[in-house]
Write a protein that binds this ligand. Structure first.
Ligand SMILES: Nc1ncnc2c1ncn2[C@@H]1O[C@H](COP(=O)(O)OP(=O)(O)OP(=O)(O)O)[C@@H](O)[C@H]1O
Ligand SMILES: [Mg+2]
Length: 351
């Protein structure tokens, strides 16, 4: 636990969401097995993993919709597994939930949908109205307040869902696949909104997703779940810089698929490092012995993730890579591996 000393008084700052040894069984099936994770104030944690891994179950355990079989879930220091009745209701208000499809009431307008949680709390019409206007503004829907859900795009519906999740002023947001099913541009605009809300309100956010794009764009930390267990977790920066990390490979920019049936050898060169110079791709030409070979770039992408330059290129070298080629690049911090050729038409090189 981090202790921050400020003048004469000592303030303790603890993770806002703290999951410890969480296990969830349905009958004799263990769906979550000893999960421990924490999310700090203003932090965005992405939880990734294949279908059926237990991501939504984890989300339901954190949003108090499901009781863990064992272990604890503390939100803002309160162990909700020990709460009941009014205390549990109050704790729930502190976690806003966004779903894959915003469950909007179709006979109610955007403004009325956002006002629902406030009505349950018997907010006065005046105070609810002010709050709804504020929320509409925050999510960029001020001009849609009297529209009905059927008149909105998928991204706009998701914004209504976000506004409604924020209605009661939670300090935590939980999003279960909120951007899957949206096109890339809309996904980016929703992620930008979440990132902005985090900055503005210091929200802690757990993003459940199967899209690496989401992790690349906004996550501070990432956990990968498979078969109910955490396989890998850490800050995105640490994960990217770990040469042994599976997740790091997945986080590299997507490589466009190219037919790999031409002449020569195919090599994939990738890096995630602070030390690799940005001209690495062009400097490959000066690898010893390479001057007699033709190097074609079949695909390449370079971008920055959390301040770390990451990149991946697929090269065709004709007739073949000279001896010492791999060593030359490895010494420069690049990862190099041969790619098996596949016939044109079959989409991907052997991964
Ligand atoms: N109420 C339940 N009763 C019994 N089994 C359940 C229940 N809820 C979930 N499961 C099982 O738990 C496992 C994990 O499901 P979960 O929905 O958490 O996966 P997920 O990682 O969210 O998958 P997806 O990416 O497809 O959404 C599945 O095998 C599912 O059948
Ligand atoms: Mg799910």
């Amino acid at each position: 636990m981090l202790r921050v000393t400020a003048g004469p008084s000592t303030v303790e700052s603890f993770p806002v969401i703290e999951i410890e040894n969480l296990t969830k069984r349905f009958g004799d099936r263990t769906v979550l097995d000893d999960i421990s994770l924490s999310v700090g104030s203003g932090e965005i944690l992405a939880v990734v993993g294949p279908s059926g891994a237990g991501k939504s179950t984890l989300s339901r355990c954190v949003s108090f919709l499901e009781r863990p079989t064992s272990g604890t879930v503390r939100v803002d220091g309160k162990d909700f597994t020990r709460l009941d009745g009014d205390e549990l209701l109050a704790a729930r208000r502190n976690v806003g939930v966004i779903f894959q499809t915003a469950p909007l009431l179709r006979r109610r307008t955007v403004a009325q949908n956002i006002a629902l949680p406030l009505q349950y709390l018997h907010a006065t019409e005046g105070s609810a109205g002010t709050r709804v206007t504020e929320l509409l503004d925050r999510v960029g829907l001020a001009d849609r307040r009297d529209f009905y859900p059927a008149q909105l795009s998928g991204g706009q519906k998701q914004r209504v869902g976000i506004a409604r999740a924020l209605a009661l002023g939670p300090s935590n947001l939980l999003s279960d696949e909120a951007t899957s099913g949206l096109d890339p541009a809309t996904t980016r605009s929703i992620l930008a909104l979440l990132s902005h809300l985090r900055d503005e309100f210091g929200l802690s956010i757990i993003l459940i997703t199967h899209e690496m794009e989401v992790v690349r764009e906004i996550a501070d930390s990432v956990a990968r779940i498979e078969d109910g267990r955490i396989i890998e977790s850490g800050s995105v920066q640490d994960v990217i810089l770990d040469p042994a990390s599976e997740l790091a490979r997945e986080l590299l920019p997507d490589r466009p698929s190219v037919p790999l049936d031409g002449a020569g050898e195919i090599w994939e060169v990738s890096h995630a490092s602070r030390t690799v110079p940005l001209d690495w791709l062009t400097s490959i030409q000066s690898a010893p012995g390479l001057s007699g070979a033709a190097v074609s770039v079949l695909s390449a992408s370079v971008e920055s993730i959390r301040g770390v330059a990451v990149g991946r290129a697929v090269l065709a070298i004709t007739p073949s890579a000279p001896s010492g080629f791999v060593e030359y690049l490895t010494e420069r911090g690049l990862h190099v591996r041969p790619v098996e050729k596949v016939a044109a038409g079959s989409a991907e090189a052997a991964a």
